[in-house]
Write a protein that binds this ligand. Sequence first.
Ligand code: PGA
Length: 236
Amino acid sequence: MERVVTVPGAPWCAAVAGRWLELLDARPVARLCLATGSTPLPVYARIAEAHGALGAASVLLLDEFGDLPADEPESCDRVLRRSLIDPAGVADYRSISVGTPDLDGECRAVDGWIDTGPGGCLDLAVLGLGVNGHVGMNEPGSPVDGRTARVELAASTIASAQRYFEGRARPTWGVTVGLGDLLAAREVWVLATGRDKATIVARCFESPATAEVPASLLQDHPNCTWWLDKPSAGLT
Ligand code: PGA
């Protein structure tokens, strides 16, 4: 069952962060899988301000771009460290090493990180939403039971990522936690803001649950919340 929370304007990130802090209060040792991209950043800023809220949590990076220069400041790892991990003082953080020669071994190690949690699953996955319905880098047509893997990016994702890299890099692949683990998480949040997301948000609810629109698969998740501002909900 999905729950949709629509919040206008600036209070959006306060509402999301407020609920997150309540969850952490109830379960401080949570195992979290966190997206980067631009959407969650104002939420992360609020969580980081609540010093110590993530002190007992374990955090797994959701995905990472391949073929970035080593010093690229907009890698998913750098963005998450800068926006949340470092300011919030997260001690237990697992990024994804896409530059390793044994990429398959790295993917299996990320799976192992997930498997060693209580119940062998993530407590909370905080996801952004691609304009093609991807979650993480699970593009349309991804296997619904997929685990961590190297994936090729869709053309729309490659184009959209240019916002982050401003010509310094043009990644065409990445490594992502798979749909199998995201759909198996105890709780899933999808964060979407802005009019650019309104069409895909509507499609995620109106289309049948299908791997062709990966986020639509969350229709069948028992504890999924969509956190939408008014433009992404199609209300303005
Ligand atoms: P965005 O990216 O938050 O920067 O819009 C979301 C995504 O493509 O997954």
